[in-house]
Write a protein that binds this ligand. Structure first.
Ligand code: 4FV
Length: 236
């Protein structure tokens, strides 16, 4: 997969995408990640990328020209152009699985108060939000999406199985897991997990996933919207 990122802060991407699984995906050619500074698509001495909103109002907006020029330069025939914005569709595992099927993603990172509306109208295929809160710019949302999509690319995660067994893979939160020691300060791992009875273990895990999902995210069971956060922990 190829991912191009259009941002005013390419340096913000150094670090989170240079370690561990994403690093290995880049080193093994499974992910070709390229960062592009929006200012490189300006032609004036001040490398202007923003301006005041027509009709007044606080803050500045990203101008259309540099973004159109950049996208028209980077876009190919199989490119999905995605704008990161709080006004977008909520990003989740299902969207990550969708995007992981694509050949080429071009992520536009918003800044300031947002972008000129003509970018949305005439350039963008899709708008995504990582959550109902306002960030300083779109770099972190882009990194979140790159991380979630990269680990779904074929051959990126060690044992394929893990992407299937995890939270949200079947609209269920994942079951409790334990590792050695079986008895830690008197806190014991459930006997069934030490039994070797795989059918029993699978049954216990399914029941635990159901219980945890019902208690914490009933919306996932009913396929409805997420309920307001309440402290439901430790009721298991
Ligand atoms: C955001 C989000 C987000 C809004 C103004 C950048 C900021 C500034 N993007 N999911 N939540 N963006 O807060 O995607 O342009």
């Amino acid at each position: 997969m190829k991912i191009d990122v259009l941002t005013l802060f390419p340096a913000m991407f150094a670090g989170p995408l240079d370690e561990s699984i994403v690093r290995r995906a880049r080193d093994t050619g499974k992910l070709d990640l390229q960062l592009h500074n929006l200012r490189d698509y300006t032609h004036d001495r001040h490398r202007t990328v923003d301006d005041r909103p027509f009709g007044g109002g606080p803050g500045m907006l990203l101008k259309p020209e540099p973004i159109f020029e950049a996208v028209e330069h980077l876009r190919g025939e199989n490119t999905r152009v995605i704008l990161l914005t709080p006004a977008g569709r909520l990003f989740n595992q299902a969207v990550a699985l969708e995007l992981a099927q694509r050949e080429h993603l071009l992520l536009i990172c918003g800044s300031y108060e947002g972008v000129d509306e003509r970018v949305r109208q005439f350039l963008v295929d899709e708008e995504l939000s990582i959550g109902d809160y306002v960030l300083t710019n779109g770099a972190l949302p882009a990194m979140v999406i790159i991380d979630a999509v990269t680990r779904l690319l074929p051959g990126v995660l060690g044992d394929e199985q893990s992407a299937h067994e995890e939270s949200f893979s079947r609209e269920r939160l994942e079951y409790p897991q334990y590792t050695r020691p079986a008895d830690f300060r008197g806190m014991k791992a459930p006997e069934v997990l030490l039994s070797g009875h795989h059918a029993e273990i699978a049954k216990w895990r399914a029941a635990q996933a159901e219980l945890r999902t019902a208690q914490r995210r009933p919306d996932l069971l009913a396929g409805t919207d997420r309920p307001p956060a309440g402290d439901e922990r430790q009721t298991e």
